[in-house]
Design a protein around this ligand. Structure first.
Ligand code: SF4
Length: 417
């Protein structure tokens, strides 16, 4: 499917009344969707039916997801003005889906000094950022309290910036290096200025899949423990899934069922972000273990399913322009998404895995895409406070043309983040 076909497909569903699409769907699908539209919670079996929908069933699923989005969250398309900082690409973990990591002896390995990071934060704030999003590789030479000290350095100089940082994998590693329990370690980071945690390193929350993707990575029990502990300590997190590699539909449904169960317990997730697997520069692809799927139906299915399965628990379903490209991400606004992610300003992880979406999207472009979808773009904070009337300076475009830093790569990716 090319972009025009994907757009036409979504537009046609948008223009067709629900009852017409429902009448064309199977009886089982109709029953599941009507239950969901009536605020009933889908069972995992119904979730599987929705996630594997094809043909007329898929059209009805997308319509129901779009209606649920309109009812629950309205017509606003939110985004955050943020800057991504991948502070090191040195990593010993060796995830099979990662094109970002480097060994420290490789010529393009880097580990930014604090001063470099602080200069990037200062630049981001000058360009209107309210959030710094930071993740990096798992560096074997990292000082024991690096994450805490980096946070303290940023928050001392820039007390108002929201720092969204350190995946559960980094929290696990940091806690080990500091010889602290997760609770004690996360509380220490919170007190040093950590505002929220990315719910990345989740990939698929199934240990049999994780063993193949990365046997050194944080396992399901540790991921859940870190996330729930953060929530209990008042540190919200996002939630994610990486789809389109070796996972089965059942594992996807179980993943969302687990996210849903955590949210019922803690209420600490701010959003759910489906992240398409970017295959090009990854071991998984080179070994022939994955066959990349075309953009289109798999993504529509994932976003619509997430909207419906998480209904009533997680309202914000975020599309990922880094993984999908800006134009296609805008199409997914019609299949259940309400959030357009962030401006990023710099992104290396997806870029290094072969993503080609670029590293920065200006506010003007997000506004234009939202308008084209018949919606209105609204800037938000990391924690979804609407910042009505605010407009980042110069549309959050670079203030002046700047030379690219040595680690700056155009593209997208599946990494720690
Ligand atoms: S995904 Fe993260 S932990 Fe895994 S190899 Fe890449 S940088 Fe390292």
């Amino acid at each position: 499917m090319n972009l025009e076909q994907m757009r036409a497909f979504a537009d046609e569903i948008e223009a067709t009344p629900l009852n017409v699409l429902m009448n064309q769907a199977s009886g089982a699908m109709r029953a599941a969707l009507l239950k969901c539209l009536d605020y009933g919670e889908l069972t995992p079996e119904e979730g599987l039916l929705v996630y594997t929908a094809e043909g007329a069933d898929l059209r009805a699923v997308i319509k129901a997801a779009d209606l649920a989005r309109a009812e629950d969250i309205g017509e606003e398309v939110t985004y955050v003005v943020n800057r991504n900082i991948n502070f090191t690409n040195i990593c010993f973990v060796g995830c099979q889906f990662c094109g970002f990591k480097r060994q420290k002896w490789e010529s393009d390995a880097y580990d930014h000094a604090d001063e470099t990071i602080l200069a990037k934060v200062a630049d981001a704030i000058a360009r209107g950022a309210t959030e710094i999003s930071m993740q990096g590789g798992i560096n074997p030479d990292m000082p024991a309290f690096k994450y805490r000290d980096l946070l303290a350095a940023i928050k001392t100089r820039f007390p108002r910036i929201h720092v969204h940082a350190f995946s559960p994998m980094e929290i696990m590693y940091g806690a080990r290096r500091a010889r602290m329990e997760y609770r004690e370690y996360i509380a220490m980071l919170r007190d040093a200025g950590l505002g929220s945690i990315p719910g990345t390193a989740a990939e698929i929350l199934d240990d049999s899949v994780r063993e193949i993707l990365s046997h050194k990575k944080v396992d399901v029990a540790a991921w859940v423990e870190i996330i729930t502990t953060a929530h209990e300590l008042g540190v919200p997190t996002t939630s994610t899934i990486m789809y389109g590699h070796i996972e089965s539909p059942r594992q996807v449904v179980n993943h969302l069922d687990l996210i849903r169960a955590i949210q019922k317990r803690t209420g600490g997730f701010t959003e759910f972000v489906p992240l398409r697997f970017i295959h090009e520069n990854t071991v998984l692809y080179r070994k022939g273990l994955v066959r990349p799927a075309d953009l289109g139906f798999p993504d529509f299915r994932m976003y619509a399913f997430a909207r419906l399965f998480l209904r009533g628990l997680i309202d914000n379903i975020q599309t990922s322009w880094v993984k999908l490209g800006v134009d296609f991400a805008a199409v997914t606004l019609k299949t259940g998404c309400n959030d357009f992610s962030g401006t990023l300003m710099e992104e290396s992880i997806t870029a290094q895995a072969g993503g080609t979406a670029g590293e920065f999207v200006p506010v003007d472009l997000i506004e234009e895409q939202a308008r084209a979808a018949g919606r209105v773009a609204v800037e938000r904070s990391t924690l979804y406070k609407k910042l009505y009337g605010r407009k980042a300076p110069n549309g959050a475009r670079p203030i002046a043309p700047q030379p690219l830093p040595a680690d700056h790569h155009a593209g997208g990716g599946s990494g720690c983040g």
